[in-house]
Write a protein that binds this ligand. Sequence first.
Ligand SMILES: Nc1nc2c(c(=O)[nH]1)N[C@H]1C(S)=C(S)[C@@H](COP(=O)(O)OP(=O)(O)OC[C@H]3O[C@@H](n4cnc5c(N)ncnc54)[C@H](O)[C@@H]3O)O[C@H]1N2
Ligand code: MOO
Length: 601
Amino acid sequence: MSTVFTNPLSIPVLGFCAYSGTGKTTLLKQLIPELNRRGLRLAVIKHAHHNFDIDEPGKDSYEMRKAGARQMLVASHVRWALMTEDPLDRDPDLLHLLGQLEQDKADLVLVEGFKKLALPKIELHRAAHGKPFIHTEDPNILAIACCDETKLPGEIRRLDLNNVAQIADFVQQYVRDYRPESKPSSARALPLSACELGSEQNLSVRQGIDHILEQVKPVTETELLTLDEADNRILAQDAISPVNVPQQTNSAMDGYAFAFQDNMSQPFELKGEVLAGHQYSGQLQPGEAVRIMTGAPVPLGADTIQPRELATETDGKVSFSGKIYRGQHVRLAGEDIAQGAVALSGGTRLGAAEQGLLASLGLFEMPLKRRPRIAVFSTGDEVSQPGTELKANCIYDSNRYTIKAMAKRLGCEVLDLGIIEDSEAVLSQTLSQAATQADVIISSGGVSVGNADYIKTVLAKLGEINFWRINMRPGRPLAFGKIDQTLFFGLPGNPVAVMVSFLMFVQPALRKLAGEPSGQPRLLPAIADEAMRSRSGRTEFSRGIMTLGDDGQLHVRTTGAQGSGMLSSMVKANCLVIIGEADERIEAGETVYVHPFADLL
Ligand SMILES: Nc1nc2c(c(=O)[nH]1)N[C@H]1C(S)=C(S)[C@@H](COP(=O)(O)OP(=O)(O)OC[C@H]3O[C@@H](n4cnc5c(N)ncnc54)[C@H](O)[C@@H]3O)O[C@H]1N2
Ligand code: MOO
């Protein structure tokens, strides 16, 4: 029998249950770093059956607790722990415990134990142990992780107990799909989460993304490169800090270092000076001070700094004005990054801050993922090369340039195949050659009802291809397939549709291919400054201009005419306004979600 559970948090909670000896902790010890690598921050709650203690006799915190403190909070600059004496004659209350977590610090709570609660769970089962299943008694089991030989009823999701990556995929999807049970009333349901399925070829945006991501395998090849070559590249493994940052406890101010005491008598005797890059050789005694510069090591015996502005020096002595707190203006060794800590996880894209951080640790050479290779071409009799004269009834090829620019910003190597003439033989030859050179081939045009056959025939011969109609505008037609291991994206011809489809479908695929953990597109809530229309059952991507209003909130309006051939609307915009499938009309003043261009365009 299970007790009802309503998640009080806005982040998901997922339990792991098993009979003892199944390897729950062993699995969690592998799963947690894997989920961290994928960018998920975890909180864990563990049910202990025995009278555990995390403190030791002799420690101050232990002695104070034994002296009668009901709660004992012990804190340092790296962690804090709250110990609460709460003797119960029953199991601890999970809802109460969840309430103690700081949910802004985690994306998911993993719960070990609490088998009887109706909590969504993964059951771990090892046939060799001969223990019964838990799922037969508990309808809250979402999946069973077991070994090959275990037989399961068909309807239950099976996971491989020895495949941590597969279990991590499941957990990641669970987090992606999670919707809090009570949302703030002003918040609109997140777009991109719908999952109605019309026909097999008619997909929601979310389904399109998921189908594509299932096919993407991250590149495995790595290159050992230096920091100078690392810009916008993906770290192939965790960067472990070889040093403490800062290396030693140092001053955050130009001023004076001394030992703090409850009743300090002034003035202090001035013993010398310590500059950044040097150290004071002696040990300071109470009542003594040294002049110290920002970044200089705090001398032995000292623990507090008073800034120069609040000090007066006379005759080899110094006295201070203003309030002084113990430890003020002191930067502790390792307070930024401790030696041995993961400074950046594998899968991190190296931007300016990340490169600076690696440099600050003295790391110069590191394994980076090979850059994905992308081949791009355009199709269509009317499509002309920029720089040549525009013939009657033709249009310049803009799509190849938007695609190349976006792919380069994602760190890809780009192979430009130009405009391919409308001939089956030429297309076939170009595609099969590109498949040997590139991880992904991207074309634009020729995928809607009228003219799909052409690409379809060629791709069907060379590999496999799906023509989808995505419930979205712009960007409804989308072709996706494979030639051997090379992915193929056939984006719709209209220039805005190309960019929106790239952002929504190609971008996540290229990020996964490059080795980044999959993540949700970054969506921000904004107040619509004008009414916006959509159609129920379709996700509308309007070009938007977001601004910070005088009320301190993000506001958004559209760029005006939204024709899917009007690239000027993309130039004016700084975000896409996304109106999900569930909404038909947004009134001025209501909240919508926006996807900022900042990262890519
Ligand atoms: N009967 C239907 N017609 C259309 C449908 C539909 O469902 N039923 N869908 C419309 C939608 S939505 C889109 S989007 C387009 C997509 O069509 P295609 O992918 O087949 O693209 P094309 O017809 O080849 O071209 C559409 C448009 O884009 C221009 N174009 C093509 N390539 C480029 C390029 N490289 N640079 C700039 N512009 C390009 C092309 O000249 C056309 O104007 O289909 C609708 N029709
Ligand atoms: O989707 Mo088409 O994407 O309207 O231009």
